[in-house]
Write a protein that binds this ligand. Structure first.
Ligand SMILES: Cc1cc2nc3c(=O)[nH]c(=O)nc-3n(C[C@H](O)[C@H](O)[C@H](O)COP(=O)(O)O)c2cc1C
Length: 273
């Protein structure tokens, strides 16, 4: 990845500042769901203020009611307040959030009653991950509707990147349970900054039945906006540094995931049937 010259920096920032969600037609502009979807942003700075149990339960309920493949509900939520998080991971909730949910894809539970489940690791992993991700977004949006900010993190209690083995060990997860992400919640202590650049709909969709090749110009403009955004926000850390941070952990993450996704042995399945 090339560096960012001053002209690209200015152009990139201008792109970010002008990149807004589409303007809703007048007939829809008071639609509360669309307004939430269009204004939602990841929050990374939270107030000390606690989220009352009753309110947090509503957020979890939104996850519980999420749609899933054949209604299999292939998820488990590891629910933490600050104290439990500290006791489990020996550190604060990331970004000083007040609550956190580690969302897991979970095929283990269904095996206890469904002996004939596909028993194909990639099918199981994909299916349970898709469903658990949808439940995650439901919780994220429920929080948003209650004025509670959140951020989904692939970083976890270890502050790594998909620390599957570490999390399995810490939370004593059985085979067939895959930690996917941590959602951190709290009342926002920051006003969301400009929206991180989104690719245009014309780039991410096709309407003529077959895949449309990526447009290098569009992708290059997006990359420059990402780089400019990082430079403006963090000054010391570039987007490249951030990517390198992940790249340094990618081998370990891959090994851990392979171990957890492919390890479910036939003997284990027989045992829980
Ligand atoms: C599955 C998932 C994992 C993410 N992991 C991280 C993370 O580890 N650290 C972080 O700061 N943000 C993380 N994010 C937040 C994204 O950076 C953010 O959604 C993206 O930049 C778009 O910004 P927005 O959510 O404010 O619209 C993650 C988001 C998702 C959906």
């Amino acid at each position: 990845m090339k560096g960012l010259n001053p002209a690209d920096f200015v152009k990139g920032l201008a792109g970010i500042m002008t990149g807004k969600p589409m303007k809703l037609p007048d007939s829809l502009k008071d639609n509360p769901v669309l307004r939430l979807l269009f204004s939602r942003r990841s929050i990374r700075k939270f107030k000390e203020r606690e989220i009352p149990d009753g309110i947090f339960d509503v957020i979890l309920e939104a996850g519980r009611l999420a749609p899933s493949t054949v209604n299999l509900q292939t998820w488990t939520f590891g629910v933490f307040d600050r104290k439990q998080w500290k006791e489990t991971f020996n550190q604060m909730i990331p970004f000083k959030g007040v609550r956190a949910v580690v969302v897991m894809a979970d095929i283990h539970r269904d095996y206890t009653v469904l002996a004939d489940f596909p028993r194909k690791p990639l099918v199981e992993y994909t299916l349970s991950t898709v469903n658990a991700s949808i439940a995650s977004f439901a919780m994220n949006m429920a929080a948003e509707s209650l004025g509670i900010g959140s951020v989904m993190l692939s970083e976890t209690g270890k502050s790594g990147f998909y620390d599957a083995v570490y999390l399995k060990d810490k939370m004593k997860l059985p085979g067939g349970v895959f930690p996917l992400m941590t959602i951190v919640f709290g009342y926002p202590a920051e006003k969301a900054m400009a929206m991180p650049p989104r690719l245009p709909l014309s780039e991410i969709s096709f309407r003529k039945g077959t895949y449309k090749a990526p447009d290098p110009k569009v992708m290059d403009a997006w990359l420059k906006q990402m780089m400019a955004g990082y430079r403006a926000m963090f000054v010391i850390q570039s987007f490249k540094d951030k990517l390198n941070h992940y790249l340094a952990k990618v081998d370990e993450a891959e090994k851990g995931l392979r171990k957890t996704v492919f390890h479910v042995k036939e003997s284990f399945r027989k045992k829980i049937r």
